[in-house]
Design a binder for this molecule. Structure first.
Ligand code: NAD
Length: 472
C-alpha cells in the first residue's frame, strides 16, 4: 500500500480524454445491467459509506488537518457528522423516496390512473471543491447513489490529502464497477467534461461554473451548480448583542475561518450601532480564539499560498488601508490570517466587489436598516442572507424582498444542517439544490406514467369529425 499514492500520482498524469471515455463506457455498461437501480445495491453502498466513515474517521481528520489545519472537532461536526447523518436519513427514507407518487388524472383520460416514477439518470459526474473537501464530495455522491446512478467523483486538487484519501477509500469500500474517483486538476477535469454524462453536479466558483455549464450544454447534460457569492448579514439595533456577535463569529471564523460558501461575507448595520457591534465581535473573537488568534489551535489556516496572496491583495488594497478595526495579523509561512474586521470600506473596493472566502469581514453602515436591502439587491444574488432583528415587520420585509439561495433569521449558516430544506443557490449563486430528499430528486428523472385500460374508449376522440361530434 506504500506504493498506492505513487500509482495515483501516475494515474493523475496519464488520465486523458481517452481514459475518461473508457471510464464512462464502463460505468454506462454497469448501469445498463440494472444493478445500481436495485434497492439492495443502493442500501449496500450507503452502508459501506457509513462503515467507511466510522472505521476511517481518524484518517479523514488527519487529511483535513493536512489540507486546512482543520480542528478535529470542527472536522467531525461539519464534515464527518454531516456525511453520517445523510447516510442515516437516506437509509431510513430510501424506500419511501423510491415509491412512485400517485398523481391526479384528468377528465380526458377517464378511466385511468397516474403516477410519477423516480428513475435514475444514468452515469453522473460530481466535481467538488476544497473547503469542506470530504463532506462536499461524499454528500452529493450519497444523493447520486440513493437515486440509483453510477457515479464518478472528481475531488478538488486544492485539498490533495483528502482527494487522495477519497480515492483510496472509495476503492476499498465501494463497488468500483459503479462508483469511482478520478483525481486531478484542470486537464483531468477537462477530459471528464468532454464526455457525455447524464448529470453533472458541480460545487465551486461561479467562474468555473460557467465552464462546466458550457461543456454540459454540448451534450444537453443537466447540471446542478452549487456556487458562491457574497452572503450579507444585516444587523438591526434591537438585537441581543452578545448572542448576535457569537453567532456571527461562528458563521464566519469558526466555519473554516471564513472559507465557506455560506459564511458571512459582509455586515450591514446602522452608523450608530456599528461601534457597539464591533466591540461585541471583538469580545466574541477573544472568547473563541483567545487574545492572539494567530496562536489558536481552534481556527483553520488558509488553504493555499494562492488563496493567501488573494486575501492579502483584498486586505492591502489602498482603498481599505486604515479601515481595519479588529485583527489584521498575517503569517505567510503558516498561511494564517487573523479574524479581521473593516469598517466602512468603499463600495468599489475589491473587498466589496469580490467574494471574500476568508477571515476578512467588512462592516458597511447605512442610515436606516431598511436601506441595507437596496445594497444587497444591487449585487448578484447570494447563496445565503442573514438578518438579526426582533422586528417582525422587518423579518417579513427581508424575506419578501431579498432573493438568495437560503436565509436564516437571527443566526448564521445553520440552515445547512436542516435536511428538510433545499440547499442551493439562485442566479449567480447557482441552480438546483440538494440535501435529504432534494439530493435524491436532484439525481432522479421524474417520469410521468399514465395507466389506461381498454374500457371507456370514447369514439368522439377519433375522426371523422362528424357534425354530431363537433356539437359535443
Ligand atoms: P476549486 O478551485 O477547488 O474548484 C472547484 C472544482 O473545479 C475543483 O474540482 C477543480 O478541479 C475544478 N476546476 C477548477 N478550474 C477548472 C477549470 N478551468 N475547468 C474545469 N474544472 C475546474 O474551488 P473554488 O472554485 O476555489 O471554490 C470556491 C468557490 O466555491 C467559492 O465561490 C464558494 O462560494 C463555492 N462553494 C460553493 C459551495 C456550495 O455548496 N454552493 C460550497 C463550497 C464552495
Amino acid at each position: 500500500s506504500a506504493k498506492l499514492p505513487v500509482m495515483m500520482e501516475e494515474r493523475k498524469k496519464t488520465f486523458d480524454a481517452n481514459e475518461a471515455a473508457l471510464l464512462v463506457k464502463e460505468l454506462n455498461e454497469s448501469f445498463r445491467t440494472g444493478k445500481t437501480k436495485s434497492y439492495e445495491w443502493r442500501v449496500s453502498q450507503l452502508k459501506s459509506i457509513e462503515k467507511m466513515v466510522v472505521e476511517r474517521e481518524k484518517d479523514i481528520c488527519e487529511a483535513l488537518y493536512k489540507d486546512l489545519s482543520k480542528p478535529e472537532l470542527e472536522a467531525f461536526v461539519s464534515e464527518i457528522a454531516m456525511v453520517k447523518s445523510s447516510c442515516k436519513e437516506a437509509l431510513k427514507e430510501l424506500k419511501q423516496w423510491m415509491k412512485p407518487e400517485k398523481a391526479k388524472t384528468s377528465m380526458e383520460t377517464y378511466p385511468s390512473s397516474a403516477e410519477i416514477v423516480s428513475e435514475p439518470l444514468g452515469t453522473v459526474l460530481v466535481i467538488s471543491t476544497w473547503n469542506y473537501p470530504f463532506a462536499l464530495s461524499v454528500k452529493p455522491v450519497i444523493g447520486a447513489i440513493t437515486a440509483g446512478n453510477a457515479t464518478v467523483l472528481k475531488p478538488s486538487e486544492i485539498a490533495p490529502a483528502t482527494s487522495s484519501l477519497l480515492s483510496k477509500l472509495f476503492e476499498e469500500y465501494l463497488d468500483r464497477s459503479a462508483v469511482r474517483v478520478v483525481e486531478g486538476d484542470v486537464p483531468q477535469t477537462t477530459a471528464l467534461l468532454e464526455q457525455k454524462w447524464d448529470k453533472i453536479f458541480y460545487t465551486g466558483s461561479p467562474r468555473v461554473g460557467r465552464i462546466i455549464m458550457t461543456a454540459a450544454a454540448k451534450h444537453l447534460t443537466p447540471v446542478v451548480l452549487e456556487l458562491g457569492g457574497k452572503c450579507p448579514a444585516v444587523i438591526d439595533s434591537d438585537v441581543d448583542l452578545q448572542v448576535t456577535a457569537r453567532r456571527i463569529v461562528a458563521g464566519k471564523w469558526q466555519a473554516n475561518n471564513g472559507q465557506a460558501c455560506i459564511s458571512v461575507d459582509y455586515i450591514i448595520t446602522t452608523k450608530d450601532f456599528a461601534p457597539k457591534l464591533i466591540d461585541a465581535l471583538r469580545k466574541g473573537i477573544e472568547e473563541c480564539f483567545g487574545t492572539d488568534p494567530m496562536e489558536s489551535k481552534d481556527i483553520s489556516r488558509i488553504v493555499s499560498s494562492n488563496h493567501f496572496s488573494r486575501l492579502l491583495s483584498l486586505m492591502d488594497e489602498y482603498k481599505v488601508y486604515n479601515k481595519i478595526v479588529v485583527g489584521g495579523q498575517r503569517n505567510q509561512k503558516e498561511l494564517k490570517i487573523a479574524p479581521t474586521i473593516f469598517l466602512d470600506v468603499p463600495g468599489d473596493s475589491k473587498l466589496m466587489q469580490e467574494e471574500i472566502f476568508g477571515p476578512l469581514l467588512p462592516i458597511i453602515t447605512v442610515g436606516n436598516v431598511k436601506d441595507s436591502i437596496d445594497l444587497i439587491n444591487s449585487k448578484t444574488k447570494p447563496l445565503a442572507a442573514y438578518l438579526f432583528t426582533n422586528n417582525d415587520m422587518l423579518k417579513n420585509y427581508f424575506v419578501q424582498s431579498v432573493s438568495s439561495g437560503g436565509m436564516v433569521i437571527n443566526d448564521t449558516v445553520l440552515h445547512v444542517t436542516v435536511s428538510s430544506l433545499p440547499f442551493g443557490g439562485v442566479g449567480e449563486s447557482g441552480m438546483g439544490s440538494y440535501h435529504g430528499k432534494f439530493s435524491f430528486d436532484a439525481f432522479s428523472h421524474k417520469k410521468a406514467v399514465l395507466y389506461r385500460s381498454f374500457s371507456g374508449d370514447a369514439t368522439v376522440r377519433y375522426p371523422p369529425y362528424t357534425p354530431e361530434k363537433q356539437k359535443l
